[in-house]
Design a protein around this ligand. Structure first.
Ligand SMILES: Nc1ncnc2c1ncn2[C@@H]1O[C@H](COP(=O)(O)OP(=O)(O)OP(=O)(O)O)[C@@H](O)[C@H]1O
Length: 258
C-alpha cells in the first residue's frame, strides 16, 4: 500500500525550479533512497514533504486509515504529529542541553496526561513520565549513547551527534522517517555501524524510510529502491543494481562517485 504519494510536485525559487514536476511513492515499510548531485533538489524535496516549504504546484498525499490526506500547507509540527519525522543535513541539537534532555524534549506532547494531572503531580503523571524516560533510555541504548546521557550534546563527537539526531526523530514515534545525509562527516567505521542501525530500526519500529545520502556504499546497501534527482527532475527510479548501471545516472554523476 502506498503510504505517501507525491504528485507533480514543483517548488520554484524565483526563476529556479529547485524541484520540478516530481512524482514518487513510498510503500509501507519500504527503505527508499533519494540521490543526486549537489544542488539537485533533494533537501528542497524533503522540505516540501515535511512542511518547511509549501509546494508551488502539486500534492503530497498521506494515506491514513480512512482516507488520503493532503499535506500541502500544513505546518511542520502538525506534519510531525501525523507521523512524519526527519533529521537535518546541518545538525540541529540543543547543544547546551544533555543528551537525555534532547531526547525528552523531542517527546514533549507524548505525555498522555492532562494539564491538571501534571500540575498536581498525580500518580499517573509519574507513571507517564517514567514510561517516557524508559523509551528515551531504550532509544539511547540502541544508538550506543546510554553512557553519554548526561553529557552536553555539544561535547559529543560528530558521529554521536548525528546518531542523537536520529534518536530525537525516532522519539516522536514516526511512521515515516526522513534522513537527510545521516552519514555526512562520519568515518568508514561509523558509516558501517550506522548502516546496520538503519536496517535495525526500520524492522524494530516498523518504519518507512526515505534517505538522502551521498555515501553510495550505504545507499546501495540499505535501500530497496532509489530515486535519482538532477536539476530538480527525477531522472531514474529503480533497484540499486538498476541505478548503478543506469547510463543517465552515471552521466549525472560523471566526475563523482557512484
Ligand atoms: N531557500 C532557497 N532559496 C533559493 N534557492 C534555493 C533555496 N533552497 C535551495 N535553493 C536552490 O535550489 C537548488 C536545490 O537545492 P537543494 O539544497 O535542495 O539541493 P540538494 O540536492 O539537497 O543539494 P546538496 O546535495 O548539495 O545538499 C539549488 O540550486 C539551491 O541553490
Amino acid at each position: 500500500m502506498s503510504l505517501l504519494k507525491v504528485n507533480n510536485l514543483t517548488k520554484n525559487f524565483g526563476g529556479l525550479a529547485a524541484v520540478s514536476n516530481v512524482n514518487l511513492t513510498l510503500e509501507t515499510n519500504e527503505l527508499v533512497g533519494l540521490i543526486g548531485p549537489n544542488g539537485a533538489g533533494k533537501t528542497t524535496l524533503f522540505n516540501l514533504l515535511t512542511g518547511v516549504y509549501e509546494p508551488s504546484e502539486g500534492d503530497v498525499l498521506l494515506t491514513t486509515e480512512k482516507e488520503e490526506e493532503r499535506l500541502n500547507g500544513i505546518k511542520p509540527f502538525k506534519i510531525a504529529n501525523k507521523g512524519l519525522s526527519r533529521t537535518f543535513q546541518n545538525i540541529r541539537l540543543f547543544k547546551e542541553l544533555s543528551v537525555l534532555d534532547n531526547v525528552l524534549i523531542a517527546m514533549t506532547g507524548k505525555q498522555q496526561v492532562g494539564v491538571l494531572t501534571s500540575l498536581l503531580r498525580l500518580p499517573s503523571f509519574y507513571t507517564s513520565e517514567k514510561k517516557i524516560k524508559e523509551k528515551a533510555y531504550e532509544l539511547l541504548a540502541i544508538f550506543d549513547l546510554s553512557e553519554k546521557k548526561d553529557s552536553k550534546a555539544k561535547n559529543l563527537s560528530y558521529g554521536e551527534q548525528r546518531r542523537l539526531e536520529i534518536v530525537r526523530a525516532l522519539a516522536t514515534e514516526p511512521k515515516i522517517l526522513f534522513l537527510d545525509e545521516p552519514a555526512a562527516g562520519m568515518n568508514p567505521q561509523e558509516t558501517a555501524e550506522l548502516t546496520e542501525l538503519i536496517k535495525r530500526i526500520q524492522k524494530e519500529f516498523d518504519l518507512t524510510i526515505l534517505l538522502i545520502e551521498h555515501d553510495m556504499s550505504l545507499v546501495m546497501d540499505v535501500c530497496e529502491r532509489i530515486y535519482v534527482l538532477e536539476y530538480g527532475q527525477l531522472i531514474a527510479e529503480g533497484k540499486p543494481e538498476e541505478i548503478k548501471t543506469n547510463e543517465r545516472v552515471i552521466k549525472a554523476y560523471l566526475g563523482g562517485e557512484l
